[in-house]
Design a protein around this ligand. Structure first.
Ligand SMILES: Nc1ncnc2c1ncn2[C@@H]1O[C@H](COP(=O)(O)OP(=O)(O)OP(=O)(O)O)[C@@H](O)[C@H]1O
Ligand SMILES: [Mg+2]
Length: 631
């Protein structure tokens, strides 16, 4: 029933938004709401801007792309600020075709689709409203009705510049239907819709030899020639090409560089002049954003051809690289799985993360900077804090390779491998190892991976596997300790008390008896040894920690478990070392006794309740960690 109500209110809403009136009435609207007369580029820009901007950790991201596009903040900022913004101000870039260039399945089509769907919705809002001459197949801008010699006066009064001239069809209609009375011409509000071919067009090349420009600009309607008597009567022409239909909005040009160059020439001169020639008519003005996409190889071939030089200058290339952040990559997979038929499959925690680690590693270039390896770079890119003597600037690393992210493993490959891993297992549950195995096996079938790449990629799979081993051990450890954070915190507080006493040459008080005691050297060392701090280095390490604590105190910040990466690591390792034997015995015993069995069940329950496992993946995890510990 609910859906019927929704349908009804949707219909009512569509009715409510409708408007139609004379040109004179339309001018009233323009006066009150000048934005209805904005150009297509400006409308797209304002649509993106009006969705707002979120700033997180100094990174600006447009909410418009937020739910669908992850990790491409830099590329999106470039797209908006270097293309759309100046184009919205009617600067010259507006006349160029926007070419999104990037590797396969890197999100190009997704971006274009977002823009299209966005416009469909935006034209249903007040700020995004669009009006057109009623009955015009190209939804022509009503302001084109204002004759050239009056446009300066119009600008004086309304502050709006009019570009483009009235189309041959509407020129004729003005005479025949309205007796030249411009103010009577009927205007209507239009709503973009790709399905209905209003304001949004898509063009994809067919056979280059037979491609007909009519697909873009429309063609003679032979059935009506007889009626109107001549091919040059605009009423005998069907303005139903993609360029016609996309007028006022945007046109997607798929696989543009696959088109014959003669064809491209034709098209590009159209966009350059803001008008195009169709049939035997005067030029037809068009106002639309043309977005094309292509991959790098195709683009390189295209520009390496001298003949294309002039074309090249009429295109603005926006690189759309792969995302390079592990956490965003995970979000991409989650999204793709949600949209696929795999959404009911149980995917064990960290399975997507290890796949993301692998993919991102294949995309990164080895840093030139000293003292930093690929894995550190990966962490830095993902916004992790890395304790390191010298502060490493992420931008500096990015600038080493401005074209990073144009190669490597694509998200679709990963999703395909995940689904083939699922098919192979009887239960509908897969874990990180299943995913890594499947990624590895698929490398042979991947069409664009060379033997050389393959060796490197196998190495990255091993790296991802190692990362997983650490994560898995930690996870099991956490599940074994009833309250992990609590234990870690207690151990750390205890350590810090001792360090403080040690550095200040003080005694500690026993909390129970009140007795004075010397700092517990054995305890401190057992923690420090976990991260390889030698007897000689211990003093410096302890002092460094105290300094850090006082720096925190001075800034009014609380020093806690997460404030010092290496100390945190030491504490975790220590807790784990203490637990190791318990875990080892419990998880690998072939014939667990009653108390072991109870413990295992408790741990499994905790993994399921608190960590997102199901019983299959929890058991698999325990088995795996058991085997790791027995190595
Ligand atoms: N950065 C990203 N953020 C969110 N999703 C992404 C990202 N990159 C890729 N995807 C997802 O990957 C899939 C493929 O993306 P899409 O089809 O947009 O790529 P494309 O660049 O058009 O590829 P192709 O060159 O093969 O046409 C989509 O499901 C898309 O949502
Ligand atoms: Mg695509």
């Amino acid at each position: 029933m609910d859906i019927l109500n929704k349908l009804k209110s949707h219909r009512e809403e569509e009715e409510r938004l409708k408007w139609e009136g004379t040109f004179a009435e339309y001018l009233d609207i323009v006066k009150q709401q000048p934005e209805v007369a904005q150009t297509a580029h400006s409308r797209v820009y304002n649509m993106i801007k009006s969705a707002g901007i979120t700033e997180k950790d100094g990174v600006k991201s447009y909410n418009f792309f937020g739910e669908e596009i992850f990790g491409l903040e830099d590329a999106m900022e470039k797209l908006v600020e270097e293309y759309l913004h100046p184009a919205a101000k009617r600067l010259d870039v507006k006349k160029r075709i926007l070419l999104l260039m990037g590797p396969v399945s890197g999100g190009k089509s997704t971006i274009v689709t977002l823009l299209k769907r966005g416009l469909e919705n935006y034209t249903r809002t007040d700020e995004g409203a669009v009006y057109a001459i009623k009955g015009c197949p190209m939804h022509e801008d009503p302001l084109h009705l204002i004759p050239n010699h009056l446009r300066d006066d119009f600008y004086e009064e309304y502050g709006i510049k009019i570009e483009g001239s009235l189309s041959p069809l509407n020129t004729m209609r003005l005479e025949t239907e309205y007796n030249g009375r411009i103010e009577d011409v009927m205007v209507e509000r239009i709503f973009f819709s790709e399905d209905k071919r209003v304001g949004i067009g898509t063009f994809s090349p067919s056979d280059p030899k037979s491609q007909d420009i009519a697909d873009l600009t429309g063609s003679i309607d032979f059935s009506t020639i007889a009626e109107y008597g001549s091919e040059s009567d605009p009423r005998a022409y069907r303005f139903d090409g993609e360029l016609n239909k996309a007028n006022r909005g945007m046109m997607e040009f798929q696989e543009m560089l696959k088109c014959d160059e003669k064809f491209l020439w034709h098209l590009l001169s159209l966009t350059q002049e803001g008008n195009f020639k169709a049939g035997r008519f005067a030029l037809i003005s068009a106002d639309e954003l043309i977005v094309a996409h292509t991959n790098e190889a195709e683009y390189r071939t295209f520009i390496s051809n001298k003949k294309n030089e002039a074309l090249h200058s009429r295109i603005i290339v926006m690189p759309i690289p792969y995302n390079l952040k592990v956490s965003d990559e995970e979000r991409i997979y989650k999204k793709m799985i949600r949209q696929s038929d795999m959404k009911d499959i149980h995917i064990a925690p960290h399975a997507l993360k290890v796949a993301a680690i692998f993919s991102v590693l294949t995309r990164l270039k080895k840093p030139k900077k000293q003292g930093i390896d690929l894995i550190k770079k990966m962490r830095l890119y993902d916004g992790e804090n890395i304790e390191d003597g010298n502060k490493i600037n992420v931008d500096e690393l990015k600038n080493e390779f401005p074209d990073e992210g144009l190669t490597g493993i694509d998200p679709r490959y990963v999703i395909n491998r995940i689904s083939s891993a699922i098919i192979r297992k009887e239960v509908k549950s897969i874990n990180a190892l299943d995913v890594l195995r499947s990624l590895k096996e698929g490398l042979d079938q991947h069409p664009s991976i060379t033997q050389e790449d393959k060796e490197e990629y196998l190495n990255y799979i091993a790296v991802a596997r190692k990362e997983y081993d650490e994560i898995a051990k930690k996870e099991v450890q956490k599940a074994f300790v009833y309250s992990y954070e609590e234990s870690a915190k207690t151990l750390m507080d205890n350590y810090l008390d001792n360090v403080e006493a040690y550095c200040n040459n003080n005694k500690l008080k026993d909390p129970l008896t009140g007795e004075e005691m010397s700092p517990n050297e054995k305890l401190m060392r057992s923690i420090e040894e976990q991260i390889g701090i030698s007897e000689n280095a211990k003093k410096a390490f302890r002092e460094e920690i105290l300094i850090r604590i006082s720096v925190f105190a001075r800034k009014g910040k609380k020093f806690d478990y997460n404030s010092h990466q290496r100390l945190k690591e030491a504490i975790q390792k220590k807790l784990f070392a203490d637990l190791k034997d318990v875990v080892k015995i419990t998880t690998t015993s072939k014939t667990p006794d009653e108390s072991q069995l109870k413990k295992i069940n408790e741990v499994i329950a905790r993994l399921i309740d608190e960590h997102g496992y199901n019983s299959v993946s929890a058991n698999e995890l325990l088995q795996y960690v058991g085997s790791l510990l027995n190595r």
